[in-house]
Design a binder for this molecule. Structure first.
Ligand code: G6P
Length: 360
């Protein structure tokens, strides 16, 4: 087993560090002359759909939340993202004009498979986004696209998540392209630079190790963000609770005033993500509200966002806003990872969790 860790202390850390490579693998051959190539979907006429569903569990659901926002903006189709255990029992509005996308690293999650069967029964066209070749989901869906993350051993998902994001962004713009919508060429161009940026962020690991020291003795941590950043903080909070057992919740920053702000007191730690320029100023004003109540803040943002008196600010590289969802995942993973290490937790095998939940 030690050999397979390639010199890393844990599988989780090894998998975090594999991200530049596996993101590049997932992108390989997908962008040719500024066009997105997903040959697996060649025979789908996307004009037949009037709505899109994303269905998944856990981390794959958070990737779906991000993918759903990107797809909706790119195609102007209505998109709904939902967790599989809800979808399967809530009589979803699915018919022949529905495109249903199922995201699953393992391709074996019981709820996601049941949801897929239901969508097919209702007449939807189904696409699986899977990591494991030949998995049940990849056989059962009408179409399949693979993330090229390679085997993910650690229970907490890292490289599967970022490669799902990459593939879902490609898929969103592929559908937009097929529908004749305007394409964000800057985004397409920058996709190939993401592995290098991830590499650079990984070199800053000691910064995130220091942030983790702020969380070591806490029972609770608060994550806030808006828009795409909300999907990112949901995943950041999930990662932290999974591996370090610090109770972490993620809130839409605009909802703080409707309840969560009551929890903030001297010494509370707020991890804020503000990478989306159209809404960053609003999140920053929410951060200030938490600081006024004694919160210590870790802010992950982009250059150009002026924030005064924040204890810790990390500036992400300068890429188009949609791609920040991929980059910001890295600091959030490392904060969770180092918090778990400092606390002496079994990072690769957190208590009560399974890598793949194949029973309901
Ligand atoms: C389990 C794992 C999570 C994963 C979820 C969905 O809960 O611990 O890391 O995100 O299942 O798994 P899937 O294989 O369907 O992506």
């Amino acid at each position: 087993e030690a050999a397979k860790k390639d010199g890393y202390d844990t599988f989780m850390l090894k998998e975090i560090y594999e991200q530049p490579h596996v993101i590049a693998e997932t992108l390989r051959g997908r962008i040719v002359n500024q066009k997105i190539v997903l040959d697996e979907l060649n025979d789908i006429d996307f004009h037949q759909f009037n709505k899109v569903y994303f269905v998944a569990c856990g981390t794959a659901y958070h990737a779906s939340l991000c993918g759903s926002q990107v797809l909706e903006r790119a195609t102007k189709l209505p998109v709904i993202a939902t967790v599989a255990s809800e979808f399967r029992y809530n009589d979803p509005l699915v018919d022949e004009q529905t495109l249903a996308i199922f995201v699953s690293q393992s391709g074996e999650t019981a709820d996601t498979l049941a949801a897929l069967r239901l969508a097919k029964e209702k007449g939807a066209t189904t696409i699986a986004i899977a990591n494991v070749l030949g998995s049940t989901i990849s056989r059962d869906a009408n179409y399949v696209l693979y993330t090229c993350a390679g085997p993910e051993i650690a229970v907490a998902s890292t490289k599967a998540y970022t490669t799902q994001l990459v593939l879902l962004i490609l898929l969103a713009y592929y559908i937009a392209q097929e529908l004749g919508k305007e394409i964000d060429h800057e985004l397409i161009q920058q996709l190939n630079t993401i592995p290098q940026y991830v590499e650079n962020i990984l070199k800053d690991h000691s910064i995130f190790e220091n942030y983790a020291k702020m969380l070591e003795n806490l029972h609770d941590a608060y994550f806030i963000g808006r828009s795409l950043d909300y999907a990112s903080v949901l995943e950041g909070a999930l990662k932290l609770k999974e591996v370090s057992y610090v109770h972490a919740d993620a809130y839409v920053a605009g909802e703080l005033k409707h309840g969560p702000i009551a929890l903030i007191e001297d010494g509370s730690v707020v991890i804020a993500v503000a990478t989306q320029p159209h809404i960053a100023a609003k999140t920053i004003s929410n951060i200030q509200e938490t600081m006024a109540r004694g919160a210590r803040v870790i802010l992950l943002t982009t250059h150009g966002e002026e924030v005064k008196n924040v204890e810790n600010t990390y500036y992400l590289p300068d890429v188009v806003p949609t791609l920040q969802a991929i980059l910001v995942a890295i600091p959030l993973q490392l904060i969770a990872y180092y918090t778990a290490c400092i606390k002496g937790c079994d990072v690769d095998k957190p208590r009560n969790l399974a890598k793949s939940v194949t029973v309901e």
